[in-house]
Write a protein that binds this ligand. Structure first.
Ligand code: FES
Length: 180
């Protein structure tokens, strides 16, 4: 995932600050990466490298711990977080087809984030409304009985919203320019 301008410096500063509150023993690894994720929303590669150097352990060890526990995410959360339920009921009702549709439409795989960071896609276990299977949770909203056509509809709504916001911003900039 490409970093945004100024993001690397921010990651380095935040990671250094977190490292200052910890010792350099290997047992500090999990608490450190937990704190980084809390602060940054995910575990960026440069942060993992910095932690490995500080604890004097191979980078691959940090990476293995981060991928072993599913509480850690290696990609930044998208502006819109799409969670496809893969619990038994949803799976039986075609949850994998729904996941497949999102993957194709967004051109990313589950666990990834689109390069513009608009969407992140993940699988979740039962979200507790099996009667509505297959279920997708988009941001905080539960979408029931989702079909591939509904996937297009969900994404289209966000695309329209985004283009309207952009138009609004352009208009504001133009008006601001005229006033000067
Ligand atoms: S299995 Fe998806 S809501 Fe229960």
């Amino acid at each position: 995932m490409e970093l945004l301008p100024g993001e690397l410096e921010q990651i380095q500063r935040d990671t250094a600050e977190i490292l200052q509150h910890h010792g350099t023993e290997r047992r500090e690894l999990i608490p450190i990466i937990q704190e980084i994720q809390e602060k940054l929303g995910y575990l960026p590669k440069p942060a993992m490298e910095q932690v490995a150097r500080a604890l004097d352990i191979p980078e691959v060890d940090v990476y293995s711990v981060a991928t072993f526990y599913n509480q850690f995410r290696l990609n930044p959360p998208g502006k819109h977080q799409i969670k496809v339920c893969m619990g038994t009921a949803c799976h039986m009702m075609g949850g994998h087809i729904v996941m497949d549709s999102f993957e194709r439409r967004l051109e990313i795989k589950e666990g990834e984030t689109t390069p513009d960071r608009e969407f992140s896609l993940e699988r979740v276990a039962c979200v507790g409304c099996c009667a509505l299977a297959p279920v997708v949770v988009v941001d905080e909203k539960v979408e029931a009985k989702v079909s591939p056509i509904r996937v297009d509809g969900i994404l289209l709504t966000f695309e329209i919203e985004k283009s309207e916001q952009e138009k609004e911003q352009e208009k504001e900039q133009q008006e601001g320019g005229t006033e000067e």
